[in-house]
Structure formats: structure tokens, C-alpha cells
Design a protein around this ligand. Structure first.
Ligand code: PHB
Length: 364
């Protein structure tokens, strides 16, 4: 991360100088429509909040956010938008991006145009190797799913995995299975389901018939998480004694109120929970509520974007030779519980200081 930040700063100095800009233009591509299009506004609001909190530090440099809707997992659209932002709007940076296929499609544009690209969500490990101009402020699925597998192997004998059939799903499946089987767990089966509109009943029935101790799921956060929760419950898997676990994407904070009590007891590993009580998080959640309303809660997509904005602000400040110290990341084991009558991802254990992506250590 440190090296990436310095590289980003250097690239930004270069591109800002080239445009002799006192305005830094960010080409911000995220999902405002299509699959889980509710996530884009979390990303945008987080970036705007960070910039508002820190604009005074920028020494008069203005930041302009050019927002674009990639319409969900749609690599052609993302590529076209990135191309336009770089060529026509002459942005100094690309940023945003919920979905892996979109980030992969944008990477060559960042490389060709020498435009730094701050990825604020898309979590497939390989993405950050696709361009020297990429910095990622979010996470990888290996960071959550590998420690989840290791942890689960100590509590459960048998497991089944169900993942959305695209990059982060494949990573999550492989990472979990590696952690789980290395720890002595036995896999009873794995299924990959279409990213959009899978026949949940059929897949859940298949899992139920295999009778695993745990079902480990990855699907993209947003409405898909609520669909999983409802189908898991409706098809009677909980009643059959199967425990639902996964990376925190499956209990994404903003959907908990829509899931209701079927989510109670679900166990996840993740780096972020809106219910976390560390002082920095309380300050972040408070600032969010003050800005966007008492009933609004940030989620992990918001925090990825907030941290991405911090990298950008650091890089702009580096124009004057200043860089903030690195932030660190930990992974927490959480259980969905009720706190003051509301569902929350309550952290119960720290399962890994996954500052480094296990994929990059274990697979290369
Ligand atoms: C991704 O496409 O990389 C992605 C999307 C949603 C998530 C996590 C990863 O919740």
C-alpha cells in the first residue's frame, strides 16, 4: 500500500503538472442502476464526505468529481465511460467501481493513458496486477474467505460452498476451500450460480440434500444478499441444522433491516462493520449520520470509498511533499445480533491481520 501510494502520488504529480491544473478531475465510475445499483450512492456519498472534511488541507487545489453510471456488471459500458473521461474530459484520475469485470475492462485504459486508478470496491485479487496505475482501497475476497475457512475448520466438520459465478466468487470459493481443508475440514460440494437471477430454490435444495454442517456463500453485496438470506430460510436450511457463513458481503450493513430476523446468528468475516465500536469508526458513522440523516448507515462499500478518497487527498497533498502514515487493516469474525432492537454485525473475534492479500502470498 505504501509503495502504491507513493506511485500514485508520483503519477498524480505528473498528470496534474501536465494539465497544469489547480483542479484535480476525478472520473468516478460506479453503479447507480442495474444489479445492486443501490451501492453506487454509498460510494459517492463517502467520497464527498471525505472531501468535505479535508478540503481545507488541499492548499487551494479544487477537486471535481465527474460521476458516471456503469449500470452494474457491464465491462463494455465501464470501458467506454473510462475512455470518454480520459480522452474528452481529461480526468487526472479514475476511481470508483463496484464490480470486478468493470475494473478489469478499465485497467488497460489507465495503463495506456497513464492515469492513476483508485479502485474502491472491486475485490478479485488479480485486478491490482493488471495495471501499474491501480491502487485499491477496498479488500480482496482472499482476505476474508481464507481466514473464514481456517476458522470454520475448527468449528465444523463438513462444508458446501455457493458463489456467484464471476471473479470474486471464484476467489472466495478457492480461498475458503483452501483454508477449510488445510484445517482438516471436508468439502461436500461447491456450486457456482449465475450472477443475475439464479434459481435460488434449486441451488438451495441441492445444498440441503448434501447435509453439510455449514453453507459458505459469496454473492455481491446489495439486494442479492437479501435474496440469499430469504431463500436460505424459506427452503428450510436453517431448520435442517445448516449454518450460514460467508464474507461480510452476505450481511452487508445496509441490507440488514431488509433481511429481518432470518439473518440472526449468521457468521461472517470482514474488515468493516458499521456496528464496530473503535473510536475512528464511531466518528465515521456519526459524521455519516450528521451529513445524510440519522437513519442512514454506511457500509463496507462506503468505507472503501472513504479510504480511497483519503488516498487521493494524500496524493494531492504530496504535491507539496506530504504523505500520511499507512493505515492498517484487520479481519474480524462477526455474528448478526440485535443491538438496541436493530440487526448489527457484532464483532466477536479478530481472525487475521490480513494487511497483505493471501492470494499474492499463497498463489505466486
Ligand atoms: C466485485 O465485483 O469484485 C465485488 C462486487 C460486490 C462485492 C464484492 C466484490 O460485494
Amino acid at each position: 500500500m505504501r509503495i502504491a501510494k507513493i506511485a500514485l502520488a508520483a503519477a498524480l504529480v505528473f498528470s496534474a503538472a501536465a494539465a497544469s491544473a489547480q483542479t484535480v478531475k476525478i472520473g468516478f465510475i460506479t453503479s447507480y442502476s442495474g444489479l445492486n445499483g443501490n451501492l453506487g450512492p454509498y460510494m459517492e456519498r463517502a467520497v464527498k464526505l471525505y472531501l468535505k472534511q479535508h478540503e481545507k488541507e488541499l492548499g487551494g487545489v479544487k477537486v471535481e468529481l465527474l460521476t458516471r453510471d456503469d449500470t452494474g456488471p457491464n465491462p463494455d459500458k465501464a470501458r467506454q465511460l473510462a475512455q470518454e473521461l480520459v480522452v474528452r474530459d481529461k480526468v487526472n484520475l479514475l476511481a470508483g467501481v463496484i464490480f470486478t469485470p468493470n475494473a478489469m475492462a478499465m485497467a488497460p485504459i489507465a495503463t495506456e493513458a497513464k492515469v492513476p486508478f483508485v479502485i474502491m470496491n472491486a475485490g478479485t485479487s488479480v485486478i491490482s496486477t493488471r495495471s501499474p496505475y491501480i491502487v485499491r482501497s477496498s479488500f480482496t475476497l482472499w482476505q476474508s474467505s481464507y481466514p473464514l475457512g481456517q476458522w470454520a475448520s475448527k468449528k465444523f466438520k463438513t462444508a458446501y460452498t455457493l458463489v456467484s459465478d464471476f471473479g470474486p466468487g471464484h476467489d472466495s470459493e478457492e480461498a475458503f476451500i483452501k483454508g477449510f481443508t488445510e484445517g482438516g475440514g471436508k468439502m461436500l460440494g461447491s456450486v457456482r450460480v449465475p450472477l443475475q437471477n439464479p434459481d435460488w430454490a434449486a441451488y438451495m435444495q441441492r445444498v440441503k440434500d448434501a447435509k453439510p454442517d455449514v453453507l459458505k456463500v459469496f454473492i455481491p453485496a446489495g439486494k442479492t444478499a437479501t435474496a440469499v438470506m430469504k431463500n436460505f430460510s424459506d427452503l428450510g436450511l436453517a431448520q435442517a441444522g445448516i449454518k450460514l457463513i460467508g464474507p461480510g458481503d452476505i450481511t452487508t450493513d445496509e441490507e440488514l433491516p431488509n433481511m429481518g430476523d432470518v439473518a440472526l446468528g449468521v457468521l461472517t468475516v470482514h474488515h468493516y462493520s458499521a456496528a464496530a465500536t473503535r473510536p475512528q469508526n464511531k466518528a465515521f458513522v456519526d459524521a455519516w449520520k450528521k451529513e445524510y440523516g440519522a437513519n442512514e448507515t454506511p457500509n463496507f462499500v462506503a468505507v472503501g470509498a472513504y479510504d480511497g478518497a483519503a488516498i487521493i487527498v494524500d496524493a494531492i497533498k504530496a504535491l507539496k511533499g506530504k504523505l500520511d502514515p499507512d493505515k492498517t487493516m484487520e479481519e474480524y469474525l462477526r455474528e448478526v445480533k440485535k443491538v438496541d432492537g436493530q440487526l448489527a454485525n457484532v464483532e466477536i473475534e479478530t481472525v487475521g491481520t490480513a494487511v497483505k492479500d493471501p492470494w499474492k502470498q499463497l498463489k505466486k
